[in-house]
Ligand binder design. Sequence first.
Ligand code: BMA
Length: 332
Amino acid sequence: MEAATLQSTTILGSALPSIPWEERPVGNSDVVWRYSGNPVIPRDAIPTSNSIFNSAVVPFKDGFAGVFRCDDKRRVMNIHRGFSKDAVNWEIDPKPLEFSGDPEVTAFEYRYDPRVCWIEDRYYVTWCNGYHGPTIGVAYTYDFETFHQLENAFLPFNRNGVLFPRRINGKYAMVSRPSDNGHTPFGDIYYSESPDMEHWGKHRFVMGTKGGWQSTKIGAGPTPIETTEGWLLFYHGVLTSCNGFVYSFGAALLDLEQPWKVIYRTAPYLLAPQTLYECVGDVPNVAFPCAALTDAATGRIAIYYGCADTVTGIAFAQVDEVLSFLKANSEI
Ligand code: BMA
């Protein structure tokens, strides 16, 4: 625990020394650096998959569990559970998740871009859920064996719902990205809260697009990380080039009790698609973060991100370095 007291910014959470970690390569000065073993999940980790990306992992029992976006060879988008001892080597269930709940809500159209978030006594899964257009599906599990689906959080159209890991002022809280029914050419981040995980309201604007890498749309990435200075939110930003969308990611710091208030926000990106596995795949030039594992004792963060809509990679960061960078390079 000594390291935690030496840091200026501390993650408010559990020590978890078993998360993946690799030091920043010599000669690299990036705040976020890639794992040398990337991609960690290949596109064909299960027999039916065309691609496995934009996936979410959490600590579970003495290892890790996750919910993975697997597009199959029909190109149907669905979500599957998986387990790992080390959070690098994953066993993914070839069968998609099945949900109990109201059949009108659980009826399958498509499911993609899952997030997983531990709140109080269970894991919640949120994802982009087809229900007469994309909206945010919500379910919970205690054990990654059975999953119970709740009402969709919002009206269509919305693609990107990310829960906060604790109630804020007594309410569940979520950030999301309202959208349209196509390959949405806009997108800002909004905050909503709920007393019961089914009725969502108090919708507040958090932040919108800015120049450069985040000029077309932005959306929340992993579950926000609670720190002594605020909620650390990694988020994706999209720019439109002559050749299509380019997805990078940066970070923002949100107020702990009023998370729609942005304290800092990175003007430069933290990671942009630059390696072969981020630039070449079914959708070129995509780095799309959906999960982060943290070790509060050391301030280490392992970010899981989808690469080119094809495979999954890991990138690393130190919480105090991210905060220093945010402070020195912020434009709200
Ligand atoms: C978004 C979602 C993501 C995907 C991204 C880039 O709209 O479909 O799953 O990673 O586009 O193609």
